[in-house]
Design a protein around this ligand. Structure first.
Ligand code: FAD
Length: 391
């Protein structure tokens, strides 16, 4: 395995670096760098800037705005974006529903939805999980019953991330309750969230933010043409989508950035502005995290090198597992470095305490989610045991 980029790939990296650091508004990148919450407008503006340059959906078919890049180029694009503090293109659009429509949708659906999805003219939400149907997704109960040219949808989804901004939601719905296997009676349905009968209710989180929601469907009438692919084949499309979701899951670039910032803070966070990096315990903790991140980075490159057929490599579960563990470990280190000042979560800009100390605890708490969504880490361990270790 080559660990050095070829001159072409190094030039590609420079091109990405220059674009991300000069064309995406500085104020948006500063917001990401500080760990503050992005507004909807900032996320939309950033994605439209990328899309105008053909950099929002490189994984899609070229015909619909994708790029004929190698897996390594896609990896470099992804890492450089994180390194430059550019918000990643909205995953629901770019890596979830877009590829599903491009692969399984009708020509009308492709024309209607793909350009708007790439440009974030439509903000998509993901309506998969339900109460009692998370890891065991096949037990979902939301129903869609055919009535003439329409589907009538009833049920409840939960943990719908940023559903408060959603224009449309892609849903898994049960269309055949009598199918011999639970997976066989599920369909993939696109629903306009402004349809009567759709209600979005916020879930308040421990970090004080509003990131997830419950979505209720009461006799929601959906045009039949909004079904993607074949009726009762939704499970196949969901598996395809979840496979894509796990690509690029190890946020190595962002975690490296967080760790570098933590080191910079540590340099003056000791009593009287002294450096905590001279404390052997802190220094050892930082060195261990740096080494583990380097190992993860190399593993990510190995996975990329073996994903040439476009399918996610089973080792992507290792990336999800280790990547989220390291992300959480770095956020824990930041809380330790902030010390008592980390208790000031919720203190506003008027506080005397530095912003990073005020954000340390909410960030730490928020990142507990990373080991749950996108397939919980326990489930990743099951996949690793079965598909990699053959246990
Ligand atoms: C912040 C956040 C955002 C999310 N956003 C969305 C979204 O936008 N759209 C959407 O559809 N969903 C979303 N989800 C849902 C997410 O996909 C589920 O939470 C996840 O799949 C886990 O399901 P669950 O919460 O029902 O937990 P459960 O499946 O009930 O799991 C509970 C515990 O049991 C463990 N467990 C379950 N099965 C196994 C097994 N086979 N082996 C070993 N251990 C197991 C789990 O790891 C976990 O520790 C989000 C979740 C979070 C936390």
């Amino acid at each position: 395995m080559r660990l050095e980029l070829s001159p072409e790939d190094a030039a590609f990296r420079e091109e990405m670096r220059t674009f991300f650091t000069t064309r995406v508004p500085q104020e948006i990148r500063d917001t990401v760098a500080a760990g503050r919450e992005l507004t909807k407008d900032q996320i939309v503006e950033s994605q439209r800037t990328l899309n105008a340059a053909g950099l929002a959906v490189p994984g899609w078919p070229v015909e619909w705005g994708g790029q004929d890049w190698t897996p390594l180029q896609r990896h470099i694009w992804h890492e450089e974006m994180q390194r430059a503090c550019v918000p990643l293109p909205l995953a629901f659009n770019a890596s979830m529903v877009g590829p599903v429509i491009a692969t399984f949708g009708s020509q009308e659906q492709k024309e209607r939805f793909l350009p708007a999805t790439a440009n974030l003219d439509i903000w998509w939400s993901q309506g998969f999980s339900e109460p009692d149907a998370g890891s065991d997704l096949a037990s979902l109960r939301t129903t869609a019953v055919r009535d003439g040219d329409e589907w009538v949808v009833n049920g409840q989804k939960t943990w719908t991330t940023l559903g408060q901004y959603g224009d449309w939601i892609f849903n898994l719905v049960r269309t055949d309750p009598d199918a011999p296997k639970r997976q066989q009676g599920i369909s993939f349905l696109l629903i306009d969230m402004s349809t009567p009968g759709v209600t979005v209710r916020p879930i308040e989180l421990i970090d004080g933010g509003h990131e997830v929601n419950e979505v209720f469907f009461e006799d929601v009438r959906v045009p039949a043409e909004n079904l993607v692919g074949e009726e009762n084949k939704g499970w196949d499309y969901a598996k395809f989508l979840l496979g894509n979701e796990r690509v690029g899951v190890a946020p190595v670039g962002a975690t490296k950035r967080m760790l570098a910032a933590a080191k910079a803070h540590a340099a003056t966070a000791g009593p009287g502005g002294t450096s905590l990096l001279e404390d052997p315990l802190v220094a050892a903790q930082v060195a261990e995290l740096e080494n583990e991140l380097l190992a993860l980075e190399l593993t990510a490159l190995r996975v990329v090198a073996h994903s040439t057929d476009g399918k996610p490599h089973p080792a992507s579960s290792v990336l999800k597992l280790k990547g989220t563990e390291l992300q959480q470990a770095v956020s824990e280190l930041v809380v330790d470095l902030a010390g008592p000042a980390s208790l000031a979560s919720g203190a506003g800009a008027g506080s005397d305490l530095p912003e990073w100390t005020r954000l340390a605890t909410p960030t730490y708490l928020n990142l507990r989610k990373a080991s749950i969504y996108g397939g919980s880490n326990e489930v990743q361990r099951q996949i690793i045991a079965g598909t990699i270790l053959g246990l």
